[in-house]
Design a protein around this ligand. Structure first.
Ligand code: C2O
Ligand code: CU
Ligand code: CU
Length: 496
């Protein structure tokens, strides 16, 4: 396929990568593909026929004055995802997505992860500011039949976090098979804002999957060697499915009153990047008011027509359905998708109702990290090794026993990543601020606030400022294209 045909398939011919779309990262057009499509053999449901579902909220084991304790049992369960068929999933607590843990800043959460699967797993709280022994290092395996207690102090801002599998060389397959859930943190700063709450505060997990005719999940064959996983040839850039699941439901319909809603968008897909838009857009445009990103509230809302989400990124947005006439049908579409993957979900706008929510012009307090405070600069090349065809960081494959960076606790550092193709880069332990993208000082309009995952476009350099705080020990950073991660695109840092 030539470049032009490729752009045509994406429906982007003529856009030319000039960054003409608000909410897009300049240069993005035609370069959204980060994997190969795995097609379903199953008969797929007609989009917008199944009801939208919100994942259940986890219930603590027992009330406790100083914190909340949960037990999440990992087990195989059966689900009717495609009507009339049965899909076996690996789940946390029997649901996909797993139960949502609702936490409060400074109130510790303990999660006992009990593994009743037939293989060892590791669980990580993505975006969690977590001591090392609870962070889910890829070799901290929990054997079948065993428990592991994870302690989360929750000394962090209100934000949309998520938990997912992080087993060395198996993360892509384990997450694909269902091991992912939300973990929300609230705080007083957020409560003061009157953002949409309760039923109008909706977590939205996007995943793409492929199914066999009998309803079972499809995934390409994988070979493992030296702790790395190699999917079969065609899928080494990543695995893309042809069924879009929103909170585990294919292309659902949400019935919602004509008022403001907060959507906590999470891309939990292995490799797919989305560009979401509202069709039709509300009169006057800027249908999404972005209020938060990976690390919680922005300082001010950002009005966007489209949102680009790479794997693991979160966008916290308010959509005012009151800008539509009651009865309007609004589709959330994926402008980076073609065919079935252009559809995401549908919103049927209901009647008008009282709406106490608002989007204030000042949101959270975001203290800028100061470039001058960074005395250490580290460079990381994230690229495919020409020798091994594996994905590497500074030409090395992941080695859990090697320390690749050793920041001092309390230090601010400048980390500079340079890519070959598109890679969403994620750091554990502390959130960061994007300092520049491509050229000095250049940023996309969605680079603001605190991030923990940053989307690198092909052949791009992105600079981050990060301050390492509170916990000493060993952590990882990696590409969140899960096939890349399992093929070696991960490294360690040790705070001390
Ligand atoms: Cu969401 Cu190290 O991962
Ligand atoms: Cu993480
Ligand atoms: Cu990658």
């Amino acid at each position: 396929m030539t470049r032009r045909q490729f752009a045509g398939v994406l429906g982007l011919a003529g856009l030319g990568g000039a960054g003409l779309v608000a909410g897009g990262i300049p240069g993005t057009a035609g370069r959204a593909r980060t994997g190969a499509l795995l097609r379903s053999g199953a008969r797929l449901p007609t989009p917008y026929t199944l009801p939208f579902a919100v994942p259940p909220v986890a219930r603590p084991d027992a009330p406790d004055g100083s914190g909340d304790r949960y037990t999440l049992v990992q087990r195989v369960t059966e689900h009717e995802i495609l009507p009339g068929t049965t899909t076996r999933l690996h789940t946390y607590g029997g649901t996909f997505p797993g139960p949502t843990i609702v936490a409060r800043r400074d109130r510790p959460v303990t999660v006992v992860h009990r593994n009743l699967l037939d293989r060892a797993t590791v669980t990580h709280l993505h975006g969690g500011h977590t001591p090392p022994d609870s962070d889910g290092f890829p070799t901290d395996l929990v054997s079948p039949g065993a428990d592991r207690v994870h302690t989360y102090p929750m000394r962090q801002r209100a934000a949309t976090l998520w938990y997912h599998d992080h087993t060395m060389a198996r993360t892509a397959r384990n997450v694909w098979h269902g091991l992912a859930g939300f973990h929300l943190v609230h705080d007083d700063e957020e409560d003061l804002l009157d953002l949409p709450a309760g039923e109008r505060d909706i977590p939205v997990m996007l995943t793409d999957r492929a199914f066999d005719a009998d309803g079972s999940l499809r995934y390409p064959p994988v070979t493992e060697h030296d702790g790395m996983a190699m999917p079969s040839d065609a899928y080494r850039n990543g695995v893309l499915g042809d069924v879009l699941l929103v909170n585990g439901v294919p292309w659902p319909v949400l019935e919602a009153p004509a008022v403001r809603h907060r959507f906590r968008l999470l891309n939990a897909s292995n490799a797919r990047t989305y560009r979401l838009a509202l069709d039709p857009p509300p009169p006057g445009g800027h249908g999404f008011a972005q209020v938060g990103s990976d690390g919680g509230l922005l300082d001010r809302p950002v009005g966007l027509d489209t949102i680009e989400l790479a794997p693991a990124e979160r966008f916290d947005v308010v959509v005012n359905l009151g800008r539509y006439r009651p009865g309007t049908v609004v589709d959330v579409v994926n402008e980076f998708g073609d065919g079935s993957m252009r559809e995401v979900m549908r919103i049927r706008v209901g009647g008008r109702a009282a709406d106490p929510a608002r989007v204030p012009s000042r949101l959270g307090m975001v203290r800028r990290l100061d470039r001058a405070a960074a005395r250490v600069t580290r460079d990381f090349a994230v690229r495919r090794s020409s020798a091994s065809a594996m994905w590497t960081i500074n030409d090395r494959l992941f080695d859990p026993d090697r320390t690749d960076a050793g920041p001092a606790l309390g230090a601010t550092e400048l980390w500079r990543f340079t890519s070959d193709l598109a890679h969403p880069v994620h750091l554990h332990l502390d959130p960061f601020q994007v300092l520049s993208r491509g050229r000095p000082g250049a940023l996309a309009d969605t680079d603001g606030g605190w991030k923990d995952t940053v989307r690198l476009l092909p052949t791009q350099t992105v600079e981050l400022l990060v301050r390492f705080t509170d916990y000493t020990g060993r952590y990882v950073f990696h590409c969140h294209n899960l096939e890349h991660e399992d093929m070696g695109m991960m490294a360690t840092f040790r705070t001390g």
